[in-house]
Design a protein around this ligand. Sequence first.
Ligand code: GZL
Length: 334
Amino acid sequence: MTVKRGFQSIGLLLFFCGLAAFTACQKREKPEEGGVSTDHKGIILGFSQIGAESAWRTCNTRSVQEAAEEAGIQLLFSNAEQKQENQIKAIRSFIAYQVDVIAFVPIVSAGWGNVLREAKEAGIPVLVTDRKIDIQDESLYAGFIGTDSVQEGRAAAEFLLKKFETLPPGGPVRIVELSGTVHSSAATGRAQGFREVLKSHPRFEIIYSESGDFMRSKGLELMRSVLQTFTQIDVIFSHNDGMTLGVLDAMKEKNLKPGTDIIIVTVDAEQAAIDALKRGEINCVIECNPKQGPGIMELARKLAKGEPIPRQIHVEEEVFYEWDDLSGLPPRGY
Ligand code: GZL
C-alpha cells in the first residue's frame, strides 16, 4: 500500500498514529536476509515533510513523491504543517511501523536527539534532507542531502559587491534582510554566508533583519512596515522568493520600482522570481534546488541494503544575474 497523500488533517494524522499503534503489536514482517529489503520493491521509506509554506516546498514534496513512485519505493509521507512536534510524532510512527529507512526535512536545526536515538535503537537508518540539524552525536543519522545555505548567502553578498562596483562610488549601502524560519539551517546559513562576505566591506550595512518565515504574506507585511520605518533602503536581501513576491507587492503599492529604486536579491529561483528578474524587478536570483527526490531515493536504497552513504551531499545550484541572457532558460517547474 502506498500512502501518497500527505497528512492534510489531524484526523489523518490520528489515523496514521492509530495504524502505527495497531501495527506496533503486529510489527511489519521484514523480508529475510538480515531483515532489510534487498531491492527497491520491498523498501518502505517514512518521509516527514515540514509543510507547504512555499512553491519551493511544494516542488520538493512532488520531487520526493514522484521519485519514490519511479523507484518503486513505498512512501509513507507525513506533512507536519510547520510543527516540529508533528515531525517527531510521525518519525515515532515510522519507527513503530518498522520502516526500512526514515528521511525528514528538519524544520529547525535543534531538538532531534531523542527521536533519532529511538530510531537508532530500532535499527532504522535516518537520512536528513534539505535542511541540516545541530546534534552532538553525529552517529544518530546516516547522512545529509540538500542545499548549501551558507554558500547561497555568500553568493547573495558577492552579487552586491559586483553590482555596486558598477555604480558610482557613494555612501553606505543600507540593507534590509527578510530572513526565513527562525532557527532553521536555511535561514541561519544564508544569514551567516551573507555576513561572512560583507564583514570586510564596511560600506555595506544591514540596518534591519526580521523573519518572514519563508511566507509571501509575511514578506508583504514586513515590507509594508519597513517602508514606513526607513526613509532610505538600498537593498533587500530576502531568504526566499515567496517573501520576495510579497516585497514586490508592497513596493508597487507605494509606486516604488523594485530592482531600480531598491536592489532585490532573493533565493530559490522559482518561476515567478525568474520572470521578475527578466522584467528587471529583481536583480539577482540564487538557485536553491528543490528537486532532491531522485537523490533521496538512491540513498534510501543504499541504506535499506545496509550500504554506507556519503555524510553530506550538496545538490547542484547556480546563480541568475540581471545581466544574464535568460532566454534559453527552461521552465523551472515550481
Ligand atoms: C531551503 C528550504 C527553504 C526554501 C524556502 O533549503 O528549506 O524552505 O528556501 C522553503 O522556499 O520554504
